[in-house]
Design a protein around this ligand. Structure first.
Ligand code: MG
Length: 290
């Protein structure tokens, strides 16, 4: 099932996307439930509840505005740094070459604040040269946790996955480097486009899909998720060590090779650039930077 959060006639709804991807039918939810987007359904279903009934006629997708499936995650998004072999290699000559974390032993984990999430076609705001001139894109598969838990074992981890979506882990490289910790350079307003919807785990195997990213139509990133250094079960085991995961928690699993910083000279995002990310089995998001 594909679950979309969308606005129609000025009101936010959560709906089920049709098999052909052309229509979306709203679920019957209270305004408060709909305000939280697909997070409401993730919580209900993960607690053993049933789907609310569909309400009304299917709407053509082009008649609605898709929003991030979880417009405001309940807390920071977990993110994983340098998690594809080819991407780790492209950064080996960069300023990150002396990064203290040992990528062979433990994943690099940081977070983005929930308020930076925007929708799959929303504009992303470049912060201006006084703040950063090194804005970069990172196409990523995001795991959405269903049933929560703590100290989740690797072998049980996939049972805690509700589904998947796409994120662009937009990054201000100069700020990321300046502060040692990455959170600031990753959390600017609008720096987490997400969407176009959630695909439930019964419809997609996130461990075997393909992440691609185009900048103004030029293919820059193309990586199979099989090339992750730390696979999805390991990431869930890692972030749940001593920390309780909750339904709706998001884990961005890292980006393949081909980010702007990996080029020599770097190719950072310019005003007017359009970044499109596509993941097989999910769909695509496309955001203009202004
Ligand atoms: Mg990233």
């Amino acid at each position: 099932m594909r679950i979309a959060t969308f606005t129609h006639a000025g009101t936010r709804h959560v709906g089920q996307v049709s098999a052909d991807g052309q229509q979306v039918t709203p679920f019957q939810l209270t305004p408060d439930e709909a305000r939280r987007g697909a997070l409401t359904l993730v919580e209900v279903l993960s607690a053993g509840g049933v789907l609310p009934p569909l309400a009304g006629q299917p709407l053509p997708l082009e008649s609605v505005r898709l929003e991030a499936p979880i417009p405001l995650p309940r807390r920071n998004l977990w993110c994983v740094g340098r998690n594809y072999h080819a991407h780790a290699k492209e950064l080996a000559a960069s300023v990150f070459k002396n990064n203290a974390a040992n990528p062979q032993e433990w994943p690099i984990v940081f977070t983005k604040v929930p308020e930076c999430v925007v929708g799959p076609t929303d504009p992303v705001s470049l912060p201006g040269p006084a703040v950063s001139e090194q804005i970069d894109y990172e196409a990523e598969l995001a795991v959405v946790i269903g049933r929560g838990g703590k100290n989740i074992r690797r072998d049980d981890a996939m049972g805690h996955v509700f589904g998947y979506t796409i994120v662009n882990d937009v990054t201000a490289r100069d700020v990321q480097m300046r502060h040692q910790q990455w959170d600031m350079g990753k959390s600017f307003d609008t720096f987490c486009p997400m969407g176009p919807w959630l695909v439930t785990a019964d419809e997609l195997d996130g461990t075997r899909t393909r992440v691609r990213c185009w900048v103004n139509g030029e293919l820059r990133q193309d990586g199979p998720t099989e090339n992750m250094i730390f696979d999805i079960p390991t990431l869930i085991e890692t972030v749940s060590r001593g920390i309780t995961l909750y339904p709706g928690d998001v884990i961005a699993t890292g980006t393949p090779a081909g980010v702007g910083m990996g080029f020599s000279p770097p190719r950072y995002i310019l005003p007017g650039d359009v970044i499109r990310i596509e993941i097989d089995g999910i769909g695509s998001i496309e955001n203009r930077f202004a």
